[in-house]
Ligand binder design. Sequence first.
Ligand code: SAH
Length: 210
Amino acid sequence: MEDPWVESREKMVETQIVSRGIKDERVIAAMKKVPRHLFVPVEMIDYAYNDEPVPIGEGQTISQPYIVAYMTEALNLKKEDKVLEVGTGSGYQTAILAEIVNEVFTVEIIANLSLRAQELLRKLGYNNIHFKIGDGSFGWSENAPYDAIIVTAAPARVPRPLEEQLQIGGRLIIPVGSTFQELYLITREKEGFKRKKLLPVRFVPLITTH
Ligand code: SAH
């Protein structure tokens, strides 16, 4: 079936992603392919390809396309990587990850959002995504260790379990801070962690249950 949004998506990738320096071909291909307009509420469909986050209900937002691309590229993913996402939300970032790696685990604390994302992602044919409803600040220990972890809501501090569930050589990308947030890339080394501050960002707060 002809997708009337192909042009909007191509334009989004050219003007927001490639022109700002994203180079990873797998990230670019995924952003060209995933139908972002299906991940926003119908009344927001005209905003789906804009250069901004979009409300998805329950006080949450789908991240700005550039931030999705930037965070995904920073994880330096390989096909074989096992990835954990905290904050399924609309499922858009989940789909981008599922285009690139074999296996994605995703945790969402708001049941409604998770169920909606599960339905859409199954309808789109993704069968390499495992969903969990719960507090992702504990990670998902049953499937650890992960090669990469991406957190799409901001905690005040990096939750310890997320670092602990990283493989050696594994990468964690996470916004940290309450009013002002910085995006961090944390790499687990043989002994300890390397923490690199990347750029200032705005995310919804990570909800904590403890
Ligand atoms: N990646 C999402 C971004 C959604 S916004 C997308 O592309 O649409 C962040 C999401 O994190 C929200 O859906 C919010 O409900 C969820 N969230 C907040 N705190 C959480 C927690 N402790 N565990 C899991 N998910 C959480």
